[in-house]
Write a protein that binds this ligand. Structure first.
Ligand SMILES: C[S@@+](CC[C@H](N)C(=O)[O-])C[C@H]1O[C@@H](n2cnc3c(N)ncnc32)[C@H](O)[C@@H]1O
Length: 277
């Protein structure tokens, strides 16, 4: 599918979300837009693309952006980042924050919530080391429908069987008629809020740890660089950034640098942790 309407749609999606669509993605675009075209009574994807080019409502544009985003996520995705959080990131932070006794963690592009709830489980499982601390997990995504799902804390059998050990499922979830509900103890640690990574990080505050995983892969290099700069500005000097296993800053940004031996873990290039390393 190549047409002025398709080219306009690619520009629109890039402008709204950063997501890069190329002519080779036409099949993906078509399969994801078809249900929306039917739901809107437009019949075909071509009609939907034409309407989006002619001038559609903000709500329809937002729906089209949402369906083009990949929301795949699961608990303790890739395992290693969560082990690094527990074993390499939190111990020095706990030592450094003994006076404030507070930690802030940002899950940027959190999708349906499995990532921030996994982080909450790790924090809870630190036991007495974090007892009485103020723990704030901010979980953001550009998609409001996926945030609504995340904030219910309700997952089906398939979702709880992806990445969760039976022990964690028993400890942190309760069976309900519609699925498995995250315990209130974890839910109250996580705040969900809409946020588009293209809009920078002003107003979000400063974070000790940032998870920005499996989202940079969808952007072009300049967008990745801008987002990494924004993320760096939102990090404490001794903070940590965790990226996805297919993501790297090499050749993209010098705002953060890899922590040797810990794949996917980054520290601010000019940060306190880097200076003392
Ligand atoms: C594949 S999911 C990653 C979820 C989670 N971080 C993980 O690793 O499992 C990508 C998420 O990025 C979100 N996203 C895409 N572009 C975004 C943007 N410009 N700003 C904020 N979120 C965005 C999508 O809505 C989607 O929920």
């Amino acid at each position: 599918m190549t047409s002025p309407d398709y080219d306009h749609f690619c520009r629109l999606i890039r402008q709204k979300s950063g997501l890069v669509l190329t002519p080779e993605k036409a099949y993906l675009v078509s399969s994801r837009l078809a249900p929306l075209a039917r739901a809107e009574g437009l019949g075909t994807v071509e009609n939907l693309l034409a309407l989006l080019r002619a001038g559609a409502s903000d709500a329809l544009v937002q729906q089209a952006v949402d369906v083009m985003a990949t929301h795949e996520s699961y608990f303790f995705r890739d395992t290693a980042p969560f082990e690094q959080l527990a074993n390499a990131v939190l111990p020095p932070l706990i030592a450094a924050r003994q006076t404030q006794r507070s930690l802030r963690i940002w899950c940027a592009a959190c999708s349906s919530g499995q990532e921030p709830y996994s982080v909450a489980m790790i924090l809870k499982e630190m036991g007495p080391k974090l007892a009485g601390w103020k723990l704030d997990i901010l979980a953001t995504d550009m998609s409001e429908p996926i945030l609504r799902k995340a904030s219910t804390g309700l997952y089906n059998d398939f979702e709880v069987n992806r990445g969760l050990s039976p022990e964690r499922q028993t400890r942190w979830f309760k069976r309900e008629t519609d699925g498995w509900r995250v315990s209130p103890a974890l839910q109250q640690m996580v705040r969900f809020r809409p946020h588009n990574l293209l809009q920078g990080s002003a107003g979000l505050g400063v974070f000790d740890v940032v998870f920005c995983r499996n989202v940079l892969i969808y952007f072009d290099i300049e967008t990745k660089r801008q987002i990494l700069d924004h993320v760096r500005r939102a990090m404490a000097p001794d903070g940590s950034l965790l990226l996805g296993s297919a993501e790297t800053v090499l050749g993209v940004s010098s705002a953060v640098e890899p922590v040797p031996g810990l794949r996917g873990l980054y520290r601010p290039t000019d940060g306190a942790a880097s200076r003392s390393a």
